[in-house]
Structure formats: structure tokens, C-alpha cells
Design a protein around this ligand. Structure first.
Ligand SMILES: Cc1ncc(COP(=O)(O)O)c(C=O)c1O
Length: 323
């Protein structure tokens, strides 16, 4: 992983992305001597308290610490407001954590150098810039940071880097990562019974060897083609739907205006999206009700064609319904 991701000098392993992120955030606090964390509205960074905090559900309703809003400040993906908020809290911010591509929120790629500007702001104020590549690592040899020309201070990883086994990892600048060095006095504690468990490590190494270069390019091309075919169907039936996509990641939205932010996603018609999801399930194709799809190297051309044929069938019914 160090060979593959130039921004990573040292990497540490855990059993999930959630744990990797919690630990990385602690490290950032100790490194900077500051407490506040910025995360983007609607982003998903696992199920730790900081990660779960968001603007639209009260912390108490989610069972989070009632003081969580003193520890986390919300930024907005692809939105200039974020930079003003960082200016406002610059002396208190330990870290800004952001996804390489907004994943669970609806596959929203960064626009107009948003992540580059974010990284620049963090550099300017000595804030640790954490890029969460738990989902976006699959997009290139070194993940979204390669695509967008980023050099995060810390990268968090999970999912594919375990080759299907339970894994999480975080790594980055040697000076920041050294706060975890157990041979140093007052090192930040990082342990876990199964952290870096040999089975996950072996599966991860096998995956890293197989999933690189041409294989990634090929899967991304398949994803782009699939997204274009889906868009063609939407166009053909003139449906109020939109597909966001990058490489092997895509998301169907029940809205017909462009999607650049999480607020755009929230304006979508969830009832329609869920109806399409259920109709697809009836045809033998499952995807989550939020419309996200991520392709795997194992999917064959026949399977792609089957899924598209089922979308065709469902969209045809839907078009009759709205006319
Ligand atoms: C971007 C992102 N970060 C972190 C996580 C959490 O990873 P885990 O489920 O391994 O705790 C996820 C999981 O979906 C994710 O999508």
C-alpha cells in the first residue's frame, strides 16, 4: 500500500473503516493539539460518534453524545461555504475529513477543484487533511487522490483493501503517524484483537496484486459504459431520473436536475426511487434503496446485459405510469 499510495509513509491496520477513522481522528487531535473536526454534511465515515454526526438528525435522536456538536463542525461538499467555515474555526480545527468521492450520499464526484482547495486551506492553517478512500480507492491504483492530484496528510481505507475480509487501514505523513508509535512515551493507543489479522492481510495482498493498472481501467470503462447505457434508457423513456457516476461507482437518483451536492440528492423523490428498487428486486436485481451501485470485476457481459434489460422493463412500466 505504501508503494501504491505516494502520500502514505506509514500505514496501520484495524478491523473496519470505522475504527481506522476514529483512530486517525484521535491522532490528528494529538498531533495538532486542537479538538474540533470538520466533516461534510451527508458524508459517511462509518459509525463512530463523530462520523455519524450530521445536520439533519439531532445527535440525541441518533444516540450520540449530546456534546458532539461541540466537537464536530459541518462543511458542505462541492460548496464554497466550506472554506469560510474553515476560516472561522481555523484555530480550533484538528482535522477536516472528506471522502474522495461522496459515496453513500449518492456518488457525487468533487467539482471544480473542491478537494484541492480544501487541501490547500488545511495546509494554510496546519489542519490535518484526511481523505477517506474507503470507497474511492477502487477508482485508481492510488484511489481518488491519484485522479484529483491530491496529497492528503492521512488516507483512510477499508472495503476492497481487505479483499472481502474485515479490514480498515489508515496511513499518511510519517510525522503525524508517529504519534501512534508505541515505543514513544505517551503514544496514542491503537490496538485491536483482530487489527491486521493475517487472513484479511493475505486477502488484501492478493487483491492489491490483482486489482491494479489495466484491471482498474477496464472496470472503470465498464462502469462508464453501464452508466451511459442507463442514461440512454432514461432518455428513451423520458423519465425524471438522473445517474451520477465515476468509474465503477454509480447512483440512480429520482430527480431530473443535475446533482452536485447532497442537498440536490435530498431533493430527489425517495418514494419513486424505492418503487424502482422494489420493481428491480422483483426482476431479480438488488441494489440498495438509495440507488447506489458499485461494479465488481466478477460481473460478466451477460450479467450487465441482464441488469440493463431489467431496467428497460421496469422503466417501461414506470413510463406508462407517469403518462
Ligand atoms: C466512505 C466510507 N468510510 C468509512 C466507512 C466505514 O467502513 P466500515 O464499514 O468498514 O466500518 C464506509 C463504509 O461504508 C464508507 O463508505
Amino acid at each position: 500500500m505504501i508503494d501504491r499510495i505516494p502520500s502514505i509513509d506509514i500505514v496501520r491496520f484495524s478491523t473496519s473503516g470505522t475504527e481506522a477513522i476514529q483512530t486517525a481522528l484521535r491522532g490528528a487531535r494529538v498531533f495538532t493539539g486542537r479538538n474540533l473536526i470538520m466533516k461534510m454534511d451527508g458524508s459517511y465515515h462509518g459509525s463512530g460518534d463523530i462520523a455519524e454526526y450530521d445536520s439533519f438528525v439531532s445527535p440525541v435522536r441518533k444516540g450520540l453524545s449530546p456534546h458532539i456538536d461541540k466537537e464536530v463542525v459541518i462543511g458542505y461538499f462541492n460548496d464554497e461555504r466550506t472554506f469560510q467555515i474553515i476560516d472561522q474555526y481555523k484555530d480550533q480545527l484538528a482535522a477536516v475529513i472528506v471522502e474522495g468521492v461522496m459515496g453513500a450520499a449518492g456518488i457525487i464526484p468533487p467539482e471544480n477543484g473542491f478537494l484541492n482547495q480544501l487541501q490547500e486551506k488545511c495546509r494554510q492553517y496546519g489542519i490535518v487533511f484526511i481523505l477517506d478512500e474507503v470507497i474511492s480507492f477502487r477508482l485508481a491504483n492510488a484511489g481518488a487522490q491519484e485522479i484529483y492530484g491530491l496529497e492528503p496528510d492521512i488516507t483512510t481505507l477499508g472495503k476492497v483493501v481487505g479483499g472481502g475480509m474485515a479490514v480498515g487501514a489508515f496511513g499518511g505523513r510519517a510525522d503525524i503517524m508517529s504519534v501512534f508509535n508505541p515505543s514513544k512515551p505517551n503514544a496514542v493507543h491503537h490496538s485491536g484483537t483482530f487489527a491486521g489479522t493475517p487472513i484479511a492481510a493475505a486477502a488484501g495482498i492478493a487483491m492489491l496484486k490483482k486489482y491494479q493498472g489495466e484491471t482498474i481501467i477496464h472496470l472503470n470503462e465498464k462502469g462508464n459504459q453501464f452508466a451511459e447505457d442507463l442514461k440512454d434508457l432514461i432518455y428513451e423513456y423520458n423519465l425524471p431520473l438522473t445517474v451520477t457516476h465515476i468509474g465503477s461507482l454509480l447512483n440512480l437518483h429520482a430527480i431530473d436536475t443535475p446533482i452536485k451536492t447532497v442537498d440536490d440528492v435530498r431533493r430527489g423523490n425517495q418514494t419513486v426511487l424505492q418503487a424502482i428498487q422494489l420493481a428491480m428486486l422483483n426482476e431479480g436485481v438488488f441494489f440498495p434503496k438509495r440507488g447506489m451501485m458499485s461494479l465488481s470485476t466478477a460481473i460478466t457481459t451477460d450479467e450487465f446485459e441482464f441488469v440493463l434489460a431489467m431496467f428497460d422493463r421496469v422503466f417501461k412500466k414506470y413510463s406508462m405510469f407517469i403518462e
